[in-house]
Design a protein around this ligand. Structure first.
Ligand SMILES: C[S@@+](CC[C@H](N)C(=O)[O-])C[C@H]1O[C@@H](n2cnc3c(N)ncnc32)[C@H](O)[C@@H]1O
Length: 259
């Protein structure tokens, strides 16, 4: 895979071990309702989950829209789509579909809500993707984006400079690694209004943040943007601090909602 378009291509082809890792990372929990709150999803709504991955967020949203509503999960990865179709085949208010890049196979003014969680950092052309979302939203609809910002992370015990170096080494995995801070301006540029930003901290003391760090480490090893002994050393330090009870991982989530 070329480094230049890795950020999008690595989602189209996913090896077995990475797929298994994602299945564990992207799971629905009631705690995620807080991330959806500003979207104000109501019973009966027709909702698009853009970049649905293994379908867990679509599943959570299906509980909010109830039997009279519908959730459409779409993703560029074929395997996520067939996995989700099988896993949620008994739920009549969810459907899954594969899409190509920014194109959405829906008529204009179709959705009450478009939700997009941890996806827009990977899209090749953010303006095109946002314009396409705007097209399929009803005039009364809302776009709700949930995203990280890889320049706004705490990994204790790593010093500030180490955190910067580590996430810069992983940056080719993203089209826009600092998506969190960019979203508001980009949405306004394509004509969204009433854009609000709320930041919800994800704080981990028990070591689940190691999944994120290991995922970044595998990108870095692939790109060879940091010596692999150094990457191993940093992950070892983080693992040791989990054992010692001094690990602290904080990855704020930007919730950006617009009409
Ligand atoms: C980090 S995962 C997040 C999955 C899911 N939204 C969640 O939070 O559980 C990113 C997802 O975005 C999808 N993706 C990447 N580029 C996309 C694009 N241009 N359009 C739609 N989905 C895309 C990937 O295939 C992957 O499923």
């Amino acid at each position: 895979m070329e480094i230049d378009d890795f950020y999008t291509e690595h989602w189209k082809q996913i090896e077995d071990d990475r797929f298994a890792r994602y299945e564990k990372m992207f799971v629905w929990s009631e705690g995620q309702l807080k991330l959806l709150e500003p979207a104000d999803i109501q019973s009966g709504h027709n909702v698009l989950d853009l970049g649905c991955g293994p379908g867990s967020l679509s599943f959570g949203i299906s509980g909010l829209v109830g039997e009279t509503g519908m959730v459409h999960g779409v993703d560029i990865n074929e395997r996520f789509v067939s996995f989700s179709q099988e896993k949620y085949k008994d739920r009549e208010n969810i459907s899954f579909q594969k899409i190509e890049d920014h194109q959405l196979p829906f008529e204009s003014d179709s959705f009450d809500r478009v939700v997009c969680k941890n996806v827009l950092e990977y899209v090749p052309d953010l303006t095109l993707s946002l314009a396409e979302v705007k097209r399929v939203l009803k005039p009364s609809g809302k776009l709700h984006v949930i995203d990280s910002d890889w320049g706004f992370v705490i990994v204790e015990p790593w010093p500030k400079e180490t955190i910067v170096d580590f996430f810069e080494a992983a940056a080719p995995a993203f089209r826009e690694p600092q998506i969190g801070r960019k979203l508001m301006g980009e949405m306004k540029k394509v004509g969204f209004q009433n854009v609000s930003v709320v930041i919800v901290p994800f704080v981990d003391q028990s070591g689940s943040g190691l999944n994120v760090l290991n995922n970044m480490a595998s990108y870095i090893e692939n790109f060879e943007t940091m010596p692999s002994e150094r990457v191993r050393e940093l992950i070892d330090q983080a693992e040791k601090s989990v054992e010692q009870g001094t690990f602290l991982f904080c990855l704020p989530q930007f919730l950006v909602t617009a009409s």
